[in-house]
Design a protein around this ligand. Structure first.
Ligand SMILES: [Zn+2]
Length: 83
């Protein structure tokens, strides 16, 4: 059987919200390995050639990079995880 991880695959992109500085609701685009779902620390200036967890080859050529979007300030008690 052919090793499927040697075929380049497009990472999975997900928009997720996090709290910047602890109170700014920010939408950030995360990229995940399409094989093992490991989060890839990828950005416009850094695109790994393969997943460092499972070795899946990655293809970022069709990825559009979106900047972080600030959505407003969190109120006390809002359920967001701070990073
Ligand atoms: Zn992986």
């Amino acid at each position: 059987m052919r090793m499927i991880k040697n075929v380049r695959r497009k990472p999975v992109t997900k928009m997720e919200r996090y709290l910047k500085y602890g109170f700014v609701i920010t939408e950030h685009e995360y990229h995940y390995c399409p094989r093992c779902n490991h989060i890839l620390n990828a950005g416009p200036n850094y695109q790994p050639g393969y997943c460092d967890q499972c070795g899946q080859k990655l293809n970022f050529s069709k990825i559009q990079w979106n900047e972080d979007k600030e959505l407003g300030f969190a109120k006390r008690g809002d359920a967001y995880e701070s990073v």
